[in-house]
Design a protein around this ligand. Sequence first.
Ligand SMILES: Cc1cc2nc3c(=O)[nH]c(=O)nc-3n(C[C@H](O)[C@H](O)[C@H](O)COP(=O)(O)OP(=O)(O)OC[C@H]3O[C@@H](n4cnc5c(N)ncnc54)[C@H](O)[C@@H]3O)c2cc1C
Length: 387
Amino acid sequence: MRYDVVIIGGGAIGASVAYYLRTHRTPCTVAVIERDPAYTLASTPRASGGVRRLFSLPENIALSHYSIGFFEQFETAMAVDGESARIGFKKGGYLFIVPPGAIATLEENFATQRQHGVNVVWLDPPALESRFPSMHVADLGAGVHSPDDGWLDPHSALQGFRRKARALGAEFIADEAVGIDAERGVARAVRLKSGRTIAAGAIVNAAGAWAKEICAMVGMRVPIEPMRRYEHYFECEDAMEPLPYVKDPNRLAFRPEGKGYSGGLPDTDEPRGFNFEVDHGYFERVVWPALAHRFPAFERTKVRSTMPGLYDQNELDGNVIIGPWSGQLENFFLVAGFSGHGLMHAPGCGRAIAELILDGGYRTIDLTRFGWQRVEDGKPYAERGIK
Ligand SMILES: Cc1cc2nc3c(=O)[nH]c(=O)nc-3n(C[C@H](O)[C@H](O)[C@H](O)COP(=O)(O)OP(=O)(O)OC[C@H]3O[C@@H](n4cnc5c(N)ncnc54)[C@H](O)[C@@H]3O)c2cc1C
């Protein structure tokens, strides 16, 4: 059995790559190897669903611009047999707030965002207070609000991509990739746990937090580690004004969800590994004080659920590594290391990989600076003041 492209990992990224390969003007045959079609541990369904343009690097802003535009059309564009693909996209806005010491960086980023066409509004503490009266602003220097950003349901987005890619002819194979055959600088085939071998013209590693293991199959060493992060659902007894997706200086990040809120506070010192244990004291110890500090109404909050998930954390610079393993295995493509941005950039990165494979280069967004070369050179290309 042979496919032009074999994708390892059928989460939001792998399914998006499959969709774009099939909708390209010169489509190719595509197989997606996904060992867990129920996505029990995959990161995508465990994500918070935030989609924002508030970045400092032009590539990330461009990826968000493209991808959020795509998500706005998702329901109809991804319909199959007349059945729409609802993802519950809510344009609730994003709000980044910073302490006085970080105003200069926020200003720089604000200028970059405006230059790249992002609808952003600068809010000084009095403006923050009048806009969000429930918020404690005394220790804040400023905030930036992006009203066109928002959030969506990650599981529905994944299923939408998957269903559409299949309807367009991509084949999803429920199996585990256990090895990759390569010779003379060319990747040839993926070996599966079931004993089958699938020959491939190109191989795409879209295995998220497991991407390092797939890279190891060809001898490629990447700085991508699984990092546990919790998403909590909590409620507040006192009503507040409608809130956007709030990102606080200490990495607290949350948004409205149903009758309550969904969010968390990632711990960057979290030991790396495939850890899905829940520390039930984490919310009370770490998240609650941060919430109650910023919004005193959260003094009276109740956490209803805590879901662990994994970031595919790029330890070099917190950004995706996308493109071929240049100079080594030109038909082996990596698209992982999103470090918390993978859902929001799934459309843009899916399209980018399809362009690399079928057009021989980027056509929509030039992502060269996110390529393997920077890892090889040990030169981080990181966000400024945004995690
Ligand atoms: C708590 C939390 C909150 C987040 N919030 C956001 C957010 O608000 N916005 C945002 O954009 N991102 C967010 N993220 C990040 C986002 O979830 C990821 O970046 C994104 O889902 C990555 O998608 P993926 O397809 O690469 O990975 P996954 O969804 O993990 O898919 C990878 C797939 O590869 C499969 N696989 C692995 N190894 C093999 C193998 N050997 N053979 C076959 N299959 C294999 C796995 O089974 C899995 O299904 C969050 C993440 C977490 C954990």
